[in-house]
Design a protein around this ligand. Structure first.
Ligand SMILES: [Ca+2]
Length: 160
């Protein structure tokens, strides 16, 4: 099959420390277990993923998915304050009008792979990514414990 270009739009949250300089990569998963290679979202000579910004990326010559079902997303820890809060990611094949939306609305910690479904419509008990949700809950609890231990510590020590 001929390769296609994908157009991504990424909205970074409009809140303190939401922006990042980390390197962001994605994989698109389609039907029948098909997926793209990893794609780096990056615009040369531009500061991407800043607070409240909408960034557009065109990733060329990738595997042609008939249908985009899931977004796998992760980042490294590059840059000072690499914390990143993402509102949503929209993506479409450049040759098609149809756009899919992945609502995210969460912090993306470094080096952890997240998988999001189109429109995220599934109920938690049917959730094939239950493991991911459990890890998130656990993470929140751990951060809470840290917060209790250092009540007068600097806010950035809490991570979120
Ligand atoms: Ca940046």
């Amino acid at each position: 099959m001929d390769p296609v270009d994908y157009v991504f739009q990424v909205r970074t949250g409009d809140r303190k420390f939401a922006g990042t300089d980390a390197n962001v990569k994605v994989i698109l998963h389609g039907d029948g277990g098909r997926s793209t290679e990893k794609m780096r979202l990056r615009n040369t000579f531009k500061d991407d993923f800043e607070q409240g910004h909408l960034d557009t990326f065109v990733v060329k010559k990738q595997f042609k998915l008939r249908k985009i079902e899931k977004l796998e997303l992760w980042r490294d820890n590059f840059g000072l304050g690499s914390d990143w809060y993402v509102d949503y990611v929209k993506v479409r094949r450049k040759d098609l009008e149809h756009e899919v939306v992945f609502p995210i609305f969460r912090w993306i910690p470094g080096k952890k792979h997240f998988r999001f479904r189109v429109n995220d419509t599934m109920l938690p008990q049917q959730d094939p990514e239950a493991e991911q949700r459990w890890e998130e809950l656990k993470g929140k609890r751990e951060r809470y414990i840290v917060a209790q231990k250092i009540p007068n510590g600097p806010a950035q020590a809490l991570g979120l």
